[in-house]
Design a protein around this ligand. Structure first.
Ligand code: ZN
Length: 817
């Protein structure tokens, strides 16, 4: 892997990086929990967004993370997208018109469809002038710590600037302004100037950045950041991405997907590939079948909430539930009793009448009568509407068939789904480094399975003639799971396109068991894992069965998530994993969750690994960029909670913390910059296929680059080299740090003892910062060694042996005598 120095402005000579993909999502989805229907009316179905008057992806601007959490707890269906604005946070939610109105009534700022953009630059300017004129008089000068300063290109070679700086003053009154030049030997302010945004999360100040990268015309060499509190710092601007890649060979073929594919097609496709390439691939059948694309059948009677009830079949619709019928009759006689009769699969309720012959049966009475009849109870269960007491009078109704409401063609199986993984490699005996690429944990993210399929096709169809592909297939053990959520995926294709979760219904018997709630059922598979989970008290998941981030009844309750874990246990040679989601354009790694109180994170990765991740990200994201120019923002690269939010119980944390698998997350679908409006525009879950195709192609590039990173790891025999650098000295102390020529951890001692893997380890100075500075109060002999992520030790030193071949150097304090 390249030894790129990326934009981190630190003292580490080299930053490295690897990628990870986690998933983060914050999405709650369900219908606003247990809505008390207004005016006692029942709530209409949430229809696909393609239907008129259906749901839409709308923007909501909230002041802070607390408000996001509130939306979460209300069960609002949020996208995996969160954009910091200068005055709050923009999230996107899938809402019906009624739900949007409910939120507005509760004071939420629900705006238009996602193509709208607010002019927050104007807000920034207003804020700046207001605060600056009010009091430029802060008493204490703050200290600015530059984190990253980079320029990069994206589509159409448009250039962008991204800067991250941390102020020692964490209050909201502190305003930072960035000024940059327009190239070598130009005036320091010739490039432009802009106010920075204050990035906070879970109530904590993180750092300042631009809310989105700034479009610029010339590549700057330096940027100066000044604070309203007096602090100032000038740093060089590095180039982000654009690592030179070897062009593919003349024979290289790509572009194998030409339409969105449902899970049945995708699974058929990889099965067919395994048949065509039996020497270098095979299908692994996963042990846990899904619950299946199937539902109980239901029918609902009534229009006002108090007089409404619904019935739910005992058998799945596909297994007889759809054949059940219910009729509500009004007897011609007065003072007739309520009675129930069953003939075959037809249930007839003869409603009670009063002395005048009018119907006198309430919803509650009908429900009780149905549930009390053993012949009926064998067929179905009756319920009042969303917990209503059911005091309203029921109306007669003609024979009504129950339905599971599933619309996929009969060619789509209703049985439990056999999930499959395509295993690619010349030597598939566990001796090669394993890489696990998985897609579509979330059903509605239609581009992601295409990405996995495209990667598989490229590997298999280029094997014979492309030497670079042969190296990957010959030296790695590659596991591709194109759809982790086949049932939900099918549902998203045929029934409700905004479906995120799987299809398992844990709402039966609750106030959300009625048919109109059905698009909110299911478990968020990427919240169902065991590390940093909702059940452990971590943030970003829900216990509500209708929430978009419903964690399930327990950790690993779902067959889909259990299958992922099974695979990594079954094949312990798996060392890398990539969890591909949509949308927003992110590249992330663990940790991926925190407890909201105190923002208590799962442990961060060590400094050497973090540097390896950054280095790998340069390689992987340069490959993504190579397809059509898309530059994933440096500000959307990093540990999940640093750039997005907490995602309790996600799969990347599971793989990393439980098995040491480097678990990365992609969010495909980067915002597209509109040069006319000068705004970034979100692409959504299911862009038109022309855009979806490009996203699949560029992130298949990224997946191939992950394999290159894994191969470099498996081949890595290079021993790291390190340097001790004294950075400050006074009469009574000296300060130093270390740098390494590749991502590596440095272990050191200050007491003259032999350094081992239990000695102090060089850490980062802080989030997104370079190496820490170490201070000694007297002249000290420092002993140390470096070790890279593949385990190669500097100078072939044996930390657990007895040799003295560690590094050593004396750090002198000035005027020592
Ligand atoms: Zn997702």
């Amino acid at each position: 892997m390249g030894r790129s120095i990326n934009g981190r402005v630190g003292r580490v000579a080299v930053v490295l990086a690897l990628p990870i993909a986690l998933t983060l999502t914050l999405s709650p989805n369900p219908v606003l929990a247990d809505p008390s229907p207004q005016a006692g009316q029942v709530v209409p179905d949430r229809l696909p967004s393609t239907d008129q008057n259906g749901v839409a992806l709308l923007r909501i601007v909230v002041p802070d993370q607390d408000a996001v959490d509130r939306l979460n707890s209300m069960g609002v269906d949020l996208a995996e997208y969160k954009k910091p604005l200068d005055n709050g946070i923009e999230v996107h939610a899938v809402l019906s018109p009624q739900e949007a109105q409910d939120l507005r009534d509760q004071g939420f700022d629900v705006r238009g469809a996602i193509s709208d953009q607010t002019d927050y630059a104007q807000n920034q300017a207003e804020r700046k002038s207001a605060i600056m004129s009010a009091e430029a008089s802060a008493d204490e000068t703050d200290t600015l710590t530059p984190l990253r300063a980079e320029w990069f290109t994206s589509l159409d070679d448009q250039r962008f600037l991204s800067v991250e700086v941390k102020s020692s003053a964490t209050d909201a009154e502190t305003v930072l302004t960035a000024t940059w030049d327009s190239g070598p030997k130009t005036a320091p302010d010739s490039g432009g100037t802009a106010t920075m945004s204050r990035f906070t999360d879970a109530g904590q100040y993180m750092y300042h950045r631009f809310s989105a990268p700034l479009a610029i015309t010339a590549a700057p060499t330096k940027v100066t950041i000044t604070s309203s509190r007096g602090g100032s710092v000038t740093v060089p601007v590095a180039k982000w991405l654009g690592e030179k890649r070897k062009p593919p060979s003349r024979h290289y073929v790509e572009d194998f997907v030409d339409h969105y594919m449902d899970p049945t097609e995708v699974t058929g496709r990889i099965s067919s590939l395994a048949r065509q390439f039996p020497k270098i691939s095979e299908i692994v059948n996963l042990p846990n079948k899904t619950n299946g694309y199937r539902r109980a059948a239901q029918a609902q009677f009534g229009t006002a909430a108090a007089s409404t009830f619904y019935v739910t079949s005992k058998a799945y619709g596909s297994e007889g539930g759809n054949d059940i019928g219910v009729t509500l009759t009004q007897p011609a006689a007065a003072s007739a009793p309520l009675s129930v009769a069953v003939a075959g699969k037809n249930v007839t309720v003869s409603l009670a009448t009063d002395a005048s012959g009018a119907i006198s049966s309430t919803a509650r009475q009908v429900v009780d009568a149905l549930n009390a009849d053993t012949a009926v109870a064998a067929l179905l269960t009756a319920s009042t509407y969303r917990g209503n007491a059911g005091a309203g009078l029921v109306a007669a109704a003609p024979a009504t068939k129950l339905t599971d409401n599933l619309k996929a063609p009969a060619s789509v199986s209703r049985d439990p789904f056999q999930m499959k993984v395509l295993r690619i490699g010349k030597k598939r005996d566990g001796s090669k480094v394993g890489v696990f690429l998985y897609c579509q944990e979330h059903a509605r993210e239609w581009v992601t399975p295409l990405t996995c399929v495209e990667t598989a096709e490229r590997l298999l169809r280029n094997y014979d003639r492309d030497p670079a592909t042969r190296k990957l297939v010959d030296n790695l053990d590659i596991f591709i799971m194109p759809t982790v959520n086949p049932d939900g995926g099918t549902y998203s294709f045929y029934d409700y396109n905004m479906q995120r979760k799987n299809m398992t219904n844990y709402c039966a018997g609750t106030n959300s068991g009625d048919p109109a709630s059905r698009n909110s059922w299911g478990v968020d598979l990427n919240r169902n894992f065991t590390v940093g989970s909702f059940f452990d008290g971590y943030s970003g998941a829900s216990s509500s069965c209708t929430s978009g981030t419903f964690a399930g009844p327990s950790e690993l309750s779902e067959p889909e998530s259990s299958n992922e874990v099974w695979l990594t246990h079954q094949y312990p040679n798996i060392k890398f994993a990539m969890n591909t989601h949509s949308y927003g354009g992110y590249f992330m790694w663990p940790p991926g969750a925190y407890k909201t109180a105190g923002r208590e994170l799962l442990p961060r990765v060590d400094f050497g690994t973090e540097n390896y991740f950054w280095d790998a990200s340069t390689h992987i994201l340069s490959a993504v960029q190579a397809w059509r120019g898309t530059g994933i923002w440096p500000g959307q690269t990093g540990p999940v909670p640093d750039v997005l939010y907490s995602a309790a119980g996600n799969s990347a944390d599971e793989h990393w913390f439980n098995r040491g698998i480097i678990g990365w997350d992609f969010e495909v679908g980067a915002d597209v910059y509109n040069a006319t409006t000068k705004q970034f525009e979100p692409v959504g879950f299911q862009p038109d296929f022309a855009e979806g195709h490009e996203e699949a192609m560029e992130f298949a590039n990224g997946q191939i680059a992950i394999l290159e990173v894994a191969r470099a790891f498996s081949d890595d025999k290079d021993r790291p080299k390190s340097k001790l650098e004294v950075t400050g000295r006074t009469d009574s102390s000296a300060t130093f740090t270390f740098s390494t020529d590749e991502p590596a951890n440095v272990y050191y001692t200050l007491d003259g003892s032999r350094p081992t893997l239990n000695s102090p380890r060089l850490a980062a100075a802080g989030m997104r910062e370079g190496a820490q500075q170490i201070t000694v109060g007297k002249t000290t002999e420092v002993r140390w060694f470096a070790v890279d992520i593949a385990g190669n030790v500097e100078g072939n030193y044996k930390p657990d042996g007895h040799s003295n071949s560690y590094r050593k150097e004396t750090v002198k304090v000035r005027n020592v005598r």
